[in-house]
Every structure is written in C-alpha cells, then in structure tokens.
Design a protein around this ligand. Structure first.
Ligand code: COS
Length: 383
C-alpha cells in the first residue's frame, strides 16, 4: 500500500475510534457485545482484511502498518479489536505464512470479507506447554478424523473457520508430532462450550471447542505436509505478539490521557490534584512506560518486516508492553482515587480488561524463558 493510501486509512481508523467506538464503550459493557452495526462498519472499512495480501482481497498491510492500526484500536475497549483480532492475526496467519496456493485462494478472500477465523491451540491440559497438546488427528485414507477439546478459544462460536493444531503422530509426544489444519467451523462433530465468564473484556467471546470424529480432507493440512504445525503456530504467535504489543501501547496512551484529564479537573486541598508532584510522578511514569512500549513495538515491527529473525525481541516487547500496561492501569486507578474503584469511571473497567495481556499468547513468564533461552543458546549453552 502506498504511503498516502495508508495515511488515509490510519486517519479513518483514528476518527472511527474517536467518533464511533469510544462513545459506544458503555453500551458494549452493558450489553456484553459489540453492536452489530459497528461490526458491519468494521467489515465495510476492510478491517477484517488488514493482513490478507492484496491479491486475495485484503489490504496487505506490513507488520509496521498493522501495528499502527492496532495501536489506534488499542485506545478503546478491547472488545472492538477482538472482533477482528483473530481474523487479522493468529486465525489467518498460518494460511498466509505457510498455506498452499489452493488454501490461500479458498480461504483468504472469505476472511478478508468478514468471515471470522479462530486459532485453536490451547487445551485443558496444554497452555504454556503448547507442544503437549492431546487433540488427535488420525489418518484414514484421504481424510483425517479429529478428536479432542480446545479451551478459551477466542471468537470460536462466531468463527467460520478454525486453525486447529492436532497431533498426527502419536509416537511423537512433542512439537514434531503436531500438524495444523484448516477446519470449517460448521463441520459435523464440532460443538462449542458455553461462553466463558471472564474477569473483564466484556463483549469478547471465548469458549471451548469440542471435536468428536470431525472429518477433514488431508488437503486441509496447512502447507500440505504433516508435522509442521508447531512451527507454524510459533511463527503465527511471533506476529501475534507484536500485534498485542501494539494493542497494549494504544491502551497505555489512553490510560495516560484518562489520568491527565482527571487530575486536572479533580480538586483537593484547594487545587487540582495535578498540581501535586506525587500525582505528577504517577503520570510521568505511565507516560514513560507508554512511550517505551510503543518505541519497542515500532522497532521490532520494522525489523520483522525487514525479514530479521526477531523472536527473542518480540518476546521482550510483548513482555514489556503488557507489563507496562498493567502498571499504567494500576496508576490510572490510583490517580482517580476512590473514583478509580467505581464502575462508572472507565479506568476500573480497563484495569480488569488489561490483566489478560500479561497472560494470553504467552504469559510474561513464557516470554522471559524465550528471551533467556535465546541468549543462553547464543552463548553456546545446550538448553
Ligand atoms: N519460530 C519458528 N520456529 C520456532 C519458534 C519460532 N518463534 N519457536 C520455536 N520454534 C521451533 C524450534 O526451532 C524447534 O524446532 P527444531 O526442533 O526443528 O529445532 C521447535 O519449534 C520446538 O521449539 P522448542 O523446543 O523451543 O519448544 P518448547 O516445547 O520448548 O516450547 C515455548 C517453546 C514454551 C516458547 C512455546 O511452547 C510457547 O510459546 N508457549 C506458549 C504458548 C502460547 O503462547 N499459548 C497461547 C495460546 S494461543 S492464544
């Protein structure tokens, strides 16, 4: 996309966030759903196709461009971003990165047009240890039969397509036995658990997905070759973690704004609390976190686009940005004092919403191990 067209898109998204999404935040919270007309507007704007290459009907944004759009969506309730998040990110990227030409032609135009995609990796007994998944896909002639349960799958009940990681080689208990499949969400034998009740992020949808003898053709293996699903998942998560870092950065900036605005209008001891240096310290620390998170995100996204191997620094960025966001939310509540604990002020909601960022697509502790492992391997240690 040329620079002028991208600037126009970014401007449109920025205005959409300010004029349509932020004003509807309370409605999303009350109804626990993103209004259908807003989802329709997002589809119309092409937001589902942000990362689908242009030849398949999408906008074909680079990682750097995607990060800038997601930063803008990060300035409002996360439920909006979640509508497009799995389609733009982890749900579609396996096909974009490793799919065959037939798979791309069949699925990507549908995703760009608004079909939701989900990424089904996590299971009841396999979270951080993603290589230990138990869902099986057993070959029977030209088909595979999938059995197992996936857990906390974002957007699953409203998805049209699932990227499913399953074990095709039972003699191989680790990463090498895993294969990624494209599975239509309406396939016979798939059922969904009831919507999970969560700490925050009202308006987002997650649930179990249960596979009982779900038959898919062998041609639905992403890339056509079994045993490569774990690497596909890890590559997808590398990109997904930059996406989440951009989202965290956007919300850090929103929380700084909320803190500044409240501290200027709230008076105590005869003057705005913003006049007190201890309050200024809280705001300055949050601005510093917000700035650092966004700088790291921009840098790693640019290097990702240049083809550099950045998994270690993606982990650092996701780790820093999500932890920084937790600190910004905590300080925003502190600046608001008693009001910060009340549901009528938005920082109470954001405080709960952002807690997930330090957990999903790899906990902070998993990011730490990725960083340390990479450094120790560079130093020649067998680990
Ligand atoms: N890109 C490409 N390949 C990668 C990779 C990456 N970022 N990370 C690992 N791999 C490859 C490795 O090179 C290795 O391949 P070889 O055997 O050919 O060398 C293979 O994948 C296995 O890697 P590793 O031994 O590091 O795997 P581990 O089982 O130790 O797991 C962690 C690695 C813990 C990092 C991984 O399981 C993980 O990210 N867990 C968190 C999962 C997660 O984010 N879940 C969220 C659910 S999705 S919302």
């Amino acid at each position: 996309m040329d620079q002028d067209t991208f600037s126009l898109l970014l401007d449109t998204v920025r205005r959409f966030v300010d004029e349509r999404l932020i004003p509807n935040e309370d409605r999303v919270e009350e109804e626990d759903a993103v209004p259908q007309e807003i989802i329709a507007e997002m589809t119309e704007m092409g937001l589902f196709g942000l990362t689908v290459p242009e030849e398949y009907g999408g906008l074909g944004l680079t990682m750097s461009e995607e990060a800038q759009v997601i930063f803008e969506l990060g300035r409002t309730s996360f439920a909006y971003r979640s509508v497009i998040g799995t389609t733009v990110g982890i749900g579609s990227q396996g096909i974009v990165m490793d799919g065959t030409e037939e798979q791309k032609s069949e699925w990507l135009p549908q995703l760009a047009g608004g079909m939701m995609a989900s990424f089904a990796l996590t299971e009841p007994d396999a979270g951080s240890d993603a290589a230990s998944i138990k869902t099986t896909a057993t070959r029977d002639g030209d088909i595979y039969r999938i059995n197992g349960t996936k857990r906390y799958i974002t957007n699953a009940p409203r998805a049209g397509m699932l990227t499913v990681m399953a074990r095709t080689d039972k003699s191989e208990p680790g990463a090498k036995g895993i294969t990624a499949f494209i599975v239509p969400a309406g396939a016979k034998g798939i059922s969904f658990g009831k919507a999970d009740k969560k700490m925050g992020q009202k308006g987002t949808v997650t649930s179990d997905v249960i596979f009982e003898d779900v038959e898919v053709p062998a041609s639905s293996i992403i890339g056509g070759e079994p045993g490569r699903g774990f690497k596909t998942a890890m590559k997808v998560l590398d990109r997904g973690r930059i996406h989440l870092s951009a989202l965290s950065s956007g919300m850090c900036h929103r929380l700084v704004k909320e803190s500044v605005e409240y501290s200027v209008q709230r008076k105590q001891f005869g003057q705005p609390i913003a006049a007190f240096q201890l309050v200024q310290g809280l705001i300055a620390d949050s601005r510093t976190d917000a700035y650092a998170a966004w700088c790291m995100t921009r840098d790693v996204a640019r290097r990702f686009d240049e083809g550099e191997k950045v998994s270690r620094d993606v982990a650092s960025t996701k780790y820093f940005a999500s932890e920084a966001l937790g600190r910004c939310a905590d300080r925003a509540v502190q600046v608001h004092g008693g009001a910060g604990y009340m549901a009528e002020y938005k920082v109470e909601r954001f405080y709960r919403d952002v807690r997930l960022m330090r957990i999903y697509e790899g906990t902070s502790q998993i990011q730490q191990t990725i960083i340390a492992k990479a450094l120790l391997r560079e130093a020649g240690m067998q680990i």
